[in-house]
Design a protein around this ligand. Sequence first.
Ligand SMILES: [Zn+2]
Ligand SMILES: [Zn+2]
Length: 175
Amino acid sequence: MNTPTNDAHSHAHSSADALQAAVTMADDYCRERGQKLTPIRRTVLELLLASGRATKAYTLLDEMRAMHPNASPPTVYRALDFLLSAGLIHRIESINAFTVCHDLTHCQHGVLIVCQQCGRVTELQQQQQLRQTLMSQVEASGYRLAGDDIELKGICPACQAAEDPSAHQHDHASH
Ligand SMILES: [Zn+2]
Ligand SMILES: [Zn+2]
């Protein structure tokens, strides 16, 4: 008798485990800071972790309402504000969306590269020297920064592949 393989299952489990491990880490981090990862904050963080890409606030609100029909925009915005101030997530200005920080609690934020098409975000480990050089130039300019995120705009490898006309010709070799 043939039984379905468990491959797909174990894969789903491991990513769910990784998500839970990340949430537990964030929870501990908040507690150490004397703050609380309330159920709403936790759910917003889980949604962002599960999405894996930059997500708009209204999308989060829709997903939230699917689980908690009473969720209101202010509760979601307050949860986002908390997660931002705790350094657990980033606001992606160029596409007005949110994404989870690459290392939830170590707070060494890197340079964010944001795909302008699909919202995928990669956070590059930033060399300390680069940041220091930049900051001293900023200081010399006389500006005071409104935030310390560095955000680059781009098109991710998957979207580039989808754009590539030669890849299309391959798929549809019709005349
Ligand atoms: Zn970060
Ligand atoms: Zn993309």
